[in-house]
Design a protein around this ligand. Structure first.
Ligand code: OXD
Ligand code: MN
Length: 589
């Protein structure tokens, strides 16, 4: 075993690295320092080993394509476990396994698993340097693809070891791809040990342990213990024509355009507004000394879904992926460029699909995998917020919950108060797509978009949200939005994309105490005249339909919420029940 040390780690870190190396038996152990020189060396090695395919250097400088194992293309929720001393701590929405037994089983799988391989020691910092929010993680991985992605997604290397100093307070992440067999694939979280062991998958959400595993599942546990929140939220700054900026955090389940909203480009018809991205996926939130809620994006890069990304849907993302980007499972054109469904131009003749096979247009097989991705540094973003690296974070004035709902949920509504806002988040849902379930139009409840990411009992999670309220002297206002309501013909009522800024403008006005609203049983809502509709050309009928509250739809909604609560089979906080009862009474149910 050869060892190259770029920095002096604390002895507890070295001892743990040695212990894992004794178990997994790598030929080499490489400590990553995060330098450009190291990135060049690892990239060259990945190209030699055919893990990365270089793209056309003129068209996409510094860009590479990775093709994953065809059976390893997405997060595997059924193989994801929370390992707490007792099952109840994980709650009814998580898979649970006993910690000791799981360590024993995985240790057997891992024995000698890195023979003939290199083990990369990847220290990383989540959150800006010198920030109260920041936490250190160290991932030990036998995948050079993971090491290179981690360098984009986090502040990786020396900076993390410096932040760690002599402390042994860091997330211990152990990752081995084994033979990528789904039969030996497990992603196990040990919240009490601040540890994650992930085996048998090289896919982002399973293998980049900083992201869903540490920054959401483990961090949500730490947040509950320490009085803060780790959320599946984008953060954006909205600069008004007057020059003041309002920061908003927003939670949406997958496939609801979260990255697009985080990078929204104001339409030409709305003058003077600018949107800045702080984060596109994860927010860590704390109560500041001033009684406001402050947030950082713990990540340093974007792991975005490629299909559907186009100059129309997300012009900033198209600029972001022009250089220094790793693409995973997209199609490759004959000129060495990338292509995916919905990119906005025809597929070039001779393109090969995500598995390297000739594309057969008309075969029904997509050229890019539907979950193909780009990994790009946030510094590529032309709309990056100047506060993305601010150790203090940004003050959040509004929290937005949203989902894909063809009926029922209006374009926008505002919660009456914090507790009502928590109820809106707790009852969030989104329509599943045919691709995901085989069934269209089924609403999957996804509280705060955290169903797959909450590292502990979901009822305790609601209680934690409610308990944050009294600590917030100036709580953010809470909103619910729905860009996806349809008419009877199945056509979207609201144009979406950049036009969503009109809804954000109303939200900013409400936060500033300016915008008008009327009370309805479900929350406060704008009238037509409260929204800036200049240059939009939406008919009054369609707008009315987008804002409508229909009793029959809400009767079904409340019943579906009831079914969800029953399925949770747990002690919901009384306050959530009170909100539900109040709403039912308002509809005289
Ligand atoms: C993601 C997800 O990859 O939510 O961000 O699945
Ligand atoms: Mn996500």
């Amino acid at each position: 075993m050869s060892l190259s040390l770029a920095a002096a780690p604390p002895s507890s870190l070295s001892a743990w690295v040695d212990e894992v190396a004794r178990l997994t038996r790598p030929d080499h152990v490489v400590w990553c320092d995060g330098s450009e020189d190291e990135q060049r060396r690892l990239t060259e090695q990945a190209v030699r080993e055919r893990v990365l395919i270089p793209l056309n250097e003129r068209r996409r400088p510094g860009c590479y394509l990775h093709r994953s194992h065809p059976g390893d293309v997405a997060r595997t929720e059924n193989a994801t476990f929370i390992c707490t001393p007792n099952r109840d701590q994980a709650g009814p929405t998580n898979n649970w396994a006993a910690p000791e037994e799981t360590y024993r089983k995985l240790s057997q799988w891992l024995r000698g698993s890195m023979r003939g391989r290199t083990m990369y020691v990847v220290p990383y910092l989540m959150g800006p340097e010198a920030s109260e929010f920041a936490r250190v993680g160290v991932e030990l991985t036998d995948s050079v693809y993971v090491a290179l992605n981690m360098r984009i997604m986090t502040r990786m290397g020396r900076v993390a070891l410096d932040a760690l100093g002599e402390s042994d307070d860091f997330n211990r992440g152990l990752h081995s791809t084994l033979d990528l067999s789904p039969k030996r694939r497990l992603i196990c979280h040990f919240p009490e040990d601040n540890a994650v062991w992930s085996v048998g998958s090289g896919y982002g959400g399973n293998a980049l342990l900083s992201k869903k595993c540490f920054a959401l599942r483990i961090a949500s546990w730490l947040g509950r213990r320490e009085g803060w929140l780790a959320e599946h939220m984008l953060i954006l700054g909205l600069e008004s024509p007057r020059g003041d900026t309002t920061y908003v955090a927003a939670a949406f389940p997958s496939a609801c355009g979260k990255t697009n909203l985080a990078m929204l480009m104001p339409p030409l018809s709305i003058n003077g507004w600018r949107v800045f991205t702080v984060g596109d996926d994860i927010a860590w939130l704390r109560v500041g000394k001033d009684g406001r809620l402050w947030a950082v994006n713990p990540e340093a890069g974007y792991f975005g879904v490629a299909p559907g990304t186009s100059p129309r849907s997300n012009p900033n993302a198209m600029r972001i992926v022009e250089h220094d980007t790793i693409f995973t499972n997209v199609a490759l054109t004959p000129s060495g460029d990338v292509w995916w469904e919905g990119i906005g131009f025809e597929i070039p003749t001779g393109t090969v699909d995500w598995q390297g096979r000739p594309c057969m247009p008309g075969s029904g097989q997509p050229a890019a995998h539907p979950n193909s991705r780009f990994t790009a540094p946030m510094t590529n973003n032309p709309a990056l917020s100047p506060h993305a690296n601010d150790p203090r974070g940004v003050p959040i004035s509004a929290i937005i919950f949203g989902g894909r709902r063809p009926t029922t949920i209006p374009l926008v509504l505002e919660a009456f108060d914090w507790n009502h806002g928590v109820y809106l988040g707790a009852t969030m849902g989104s329509e599943t797509t045919a691709a995901a379930t085989g069934k269209v139009g089924v609403v999957r409840r996804d509280p705060m978009a955290m169903l797959p990411f909450c590292g502990y009992h979901i009822a305790d999670y609601f209680a934690h949200w409610l308990a944050m309220g009294p600590h917030l002297k100036h709580p953010p206002k809470v909103f619910m939005v729905n860009w996806f309501r349809k008419d009877a013909d199945g056509t979207f009522l609201w144009p979406g994309y950049g036009e969503n800024l009109r809804v954000l403008e109303w939200i900013v006005n409400r936060v500033a105490g300016r915008g008008g609203a009327r009370d309805t049983p479900v929350g406060m809502m704008p009238s037509e005249s409260d929204l800036n509709l200049e240059g939009l050309g939406i008919s009054p009928d369609r707008l009315r339909a987008a804002l409508a509250i229909k009793r029959d739809e809400w009767t079904a909604e409340l019943q579906s919420q009831d079914e969800f609560f029953v399925r949770l089979n747990c002690d919901l906080p009384r306050e959530i029940e009170v909100q539900h009862e109040t709403l039912s009474a308002a509809f005289e149910l």
